[in-house]
Design a binder for this molecule. Structure first.
Ligand code: PMP
Length: 513
């Protein structure tokens, strides 16, 4: 590298470096970003010698350590090199290597694709048409998103726990995790389950990459293509997809006031099935909770027919009215496959879920988990274990539950005020969703499209049903603050009124005013 020895220029006058004390970005990052920009655009060429840190600090009116930190960041990224006794220089830029584009060619992929993959991607594409993840420039109230808004996620605490994992474990935190999950995390989850009355020892738990993976593993362990899997008439979209990918034939079971209808289950049980997948608490998408008596009945049914129960407790801890849910199915029977997650009560980015398995399935599930991804992130497992061991989950729930309650209440007030008379919705006592039943005159797809046009995003029933047995719209109340939720209900009310007006005037969209 050729190095320039000319006298040091003024970085503020000659190169326009500035700092903004009001910015959220730390000062050293502000300086590093600006220097990197000058290097990228060639204003500071390779070999250029930067002023000594003390001089630059004086010029920018900041502490010398700030400049040292900025230089360190740029040295670590390879933009600067420091030569002992001589100073810090802009590094030689690696010459960009031209990568010639490949000729477009064709390949008979359709002849080698598996049937299950094709079916799932078709279904997925069809369902995802109704998902509008990003609409840049549009003011859309999002009553579709099923994750806590960023202000309800414990970013600072998680950052500290990740930093602590690095400090205490060092580079060891960057390796692969034990197959079944980090023992201290499994112990912490076991304790958390015990707090909620579910007795599962740490050894009875498998840590998974989100509870989605738990579902996937269970599907793979149980299902032969063509096998029947029972689900609630309206069920979690992601479950439909993984079960279908495993080749299951999904059969919907209707709910009555207390939960899945026992009469229907008696009939279906006789025909045999590989499992019944249920979300007993705050069900996605209906928000309903299965009664204590029906939970007992389900466990008895499972035993009589030898059909496993798969319990998805995704809404655990989200009790909005301070009334605990009835005992989990797994608290009633150790043969229940109980799935849990930290995505809703904490953060989806952890991608940490778990399954409490019956002893007989331990080896199968653990081996398959290893085969699928060689384990979930060790670093994040350490961080979550730290979070749980410090007792931070309780404090976090104390903070978020009143906010969820306020959001749920804003939603209900808005629905009361704006929905056409006669429309019914479920009151959400737990979890993060509310379901509006639609009468025959309103088509969910039309309601979805009109609502989208008016600036509110909701989920139509087709996302959740296998054979269209349940008519309605799902609204989530976790992703937007109360004020926005109120606005969303106003827009949705307008959309539903418009759907009804169209019907009353003979079904042509042109008559909408
Ligand atoms: N179960 C239900 C009912 C869900 O709604 C979701 C995600 N929305 C999951 C499982 C999977 O979530 P994760 O993989 O983030 O744990």
């Amino acid at each position: 590298m050729k190095q320039s020895n000319r006298s040091f220029p003024s970085m503020t006058a000659d190169f326009g470096l500035k700092t903004d004390p009001r910015s959220d970005l730390p000062l050293y990052r502000q300086i590093a970003t600006q220097l990197a920009e000058r290097i990228r655009e060639g204003t500071l060429p390779p070999g250029f010698r930067l002023p000594p840190t003390r001089k630059l600090a004086a010029e920018l009116g900041t502490h010398r350590n700030t400049i040292v930190a900025a230089f360190e960041q740029l040295t670590a990224s390879g933009s600067l090199v420091s030569v002992v006794g001589r100073g810090t220089f802009v590094a030689d830029a690696p010459a960009p290597r031209p990568v010639p584009a490949l000729e477009p060619t064709s390949f008979p992929w359709s002849s080698v694709l598996s049937r299950a993959t094709e079916a799932v991607s078709l279904q997925l594409a069809d369902r995802l048409r109704r998902r509008v993840a990003h609409a840049p420039g549009r003011d859309l109230v999002n009553l579709q998103r099923m994750e806590p808004s960023p202000d309800l996620q414990p970013a600072d605490d998680l950052r500290r726990c990740i930093a602590h994992a690095f400090k205490t474990e060092g580079p060891a935190a960057l390796g692969y995790a034990p197959r079944a999950g980090l023992p201290r995390l499994r112990a912490a989850i076991s304790e958390d389950l015990a707090r909620r009355g579910v007795p599962v020892p740490a050894e009875g738990l498998l840590v998974t990459t989100g509870s989605q993976q738990a579902l996937d593993l269970i599907a793979r362990v149980l299902i032969e293509p063509g096998d029947t899997m029972l689900v609630q008439n309206a069920t979690y979209t992601g479950a439909i997809h993984v079960l279908a990918a495993a080749g299951a034939r999904l059969v919907g079971v209707a709910d009555d006031e207390e939960g899945p209808e026992m009469e229907a289950l008696e009939r279906l049980g006789r025909a045999g099935a590989k499992g019944l997948y249920v979300m007993p608490t705050g069900q996605n998408p209906t928000g309903r909770t299965i009664s204590a008596a029906r939970r007992e009945a389900l466990v008895g049914w499972s035993r009589r027919f030898g059909i496993p129960l798969i319990e998805d407790d995704f809404a655990a801890d989200l009790d909005l009215d301070d009334t605990a849910a009835p005992p989990a199915l797994r608290a009633l029977d150790s043969q229940v496959l109980h799935i849990g997650t930290f995505s809703k009560r904490l953060s989806p980015a952890l991608r940490i879920g778990y399954v409490a398995f019956p002893g007989a399935l331990q080896d199968h599930l653990t081996a398959l988990k290893h085969a699928m991804d060689l384990g979930s992130s060790l670093l994040l497992q350490h961080a979550l274990a730290e979070f749980l061991e410090r007792g931070l989950l309780r404090g976090h729930l104390r903070r978020i539950l009143p906010e969820y309650r306020a959001r749920r209440d804003a939603l209900e007030r808005g629905l009361h005020k704006h929905l056409p008379p006669g429309l019914q919705w479920s009151r959400a006592q737990r979890g993060v969703v509310t379901w509006i039943e639609l009468p025959a005159e309103i088509d969910a797809e039309e309601a979805f499209s009109r609502a989208l046009d008016l600036g509110v995003l909701v989920s139509p029933d087709a996302l959740f049903t296998v054979h269209g047995q349940q008519r309605g719209l799902r609204l989530t109340f976790c992703a937007e603050p109360p004020r926005r939720i109120a606005l969303g209900t106003q827009r949705l009310g307008e959309a539903l009124h418009a759907c009804l007006r169209v019907r009353q005037r003979g079904g042509t969209a042109l008559t909408v005013v």
